[in-house]
Design a protein around this ligand. Sequence first.
Ligand SMILES: NC(=O)c1ccc[n+]([C@@H]2O[C@H](COP(=O)([O-])OP(=O)(O)OC[C@H]3O[C@@H](n4cnc5c(N)ncnc54)[C@H](O)[C@@H]3O)[C@@H](O)[C@H]2O)c1
Length: 249
Amino acid sequence: MSEAAQTVLVTGAGQGLGALIAAQLHAAGWKVAVSDIDLTAAQAVAEALDASGDTACALALDVAHHASFETALAALRDRWGSVQALVNNAAVTVATPVMEIAPEEFQRVLSINAGSVFAGCQVFGRHFQDNGYGRIVNLASLAGQNGGTATGAHYAASKGAIATLTKVFARELGPSGITVNAIAPGPLDLPVVHRVVPAARMAAFLKNIPVGALGDPTYVAATVAHLLSPAAGFVTGATWDINGGLYLR
Ligand SMILES: NC(=O)c1ccc[n+]([C@@H]2O[C@H](COP(=O)([O-])OP(=O)(O)OC[C@H]3O[C@@H](n4cnc5c(N)ncnc54)[C@H](O)[C@@H]3O)[C@@H](O)[C@H]2O)c1
């Protein structure tokens, strides 16, 4: 199957890494559904890719709600027939100190970051099972492997859960021609990181990264595209580290 024949949904694609992933997949020939809780942001990204709507469209999708994935899938099936791939990218990045996290805040972060991966893999996984083919990439994080440094316990726990869910869904969906993988980036050169690490602390922050630099988000987007390709059928259940040497297995 060529990329040109394929359709993908990217969550949280109204800005940041998700927008870059949407752009790279579109440039590679995919039809891209740019979804976000912020529809205006998703529309701006989709229109920049293809204002005609033929190969890019915007969808309002709040990933905290399982039913929203059903609605998005139905809309895409109406529009483009079927979907071949899903990128679970949406997340909230928060840094509340662990002893100050209220139970409601913990639940909210877990339900947006990890609940979305569960919902996306289940809802789109069923559609992919019906088609006998599918590709899923989940955005985990270095924080899920090392407990996090600049981010909160709820964020780190949610990202650890994503790596585990990736394995469970990979095993479940593998026999149906579906692969499920995760990418665990370290700090990338993106607005979120510059918000958490102010300019005055950046030089000291970079000294602790073995390669001495923030990660290039376009390389992460290219890795997503690589894992979504039909040729990547033997990679599943994996979490690919892109972390500048901050965490070595
Ligand atoms: N930036 C980094 O250095 C870094 C490092 C490791 C992992 N990641 C992961 O990469 C992904 C993207 O990160 P980013 O830096 O682009 O983040 P970001 O905060 O810039 O963008 C997140 C997007 O998700 C959307 N979103 C938030 N809540 C949502 C919801 N309930 N439903 C739908 N959309 C929602 C936001 O509107 C936004 O467009 C996240 O999963 C993040 O955890 C990022």
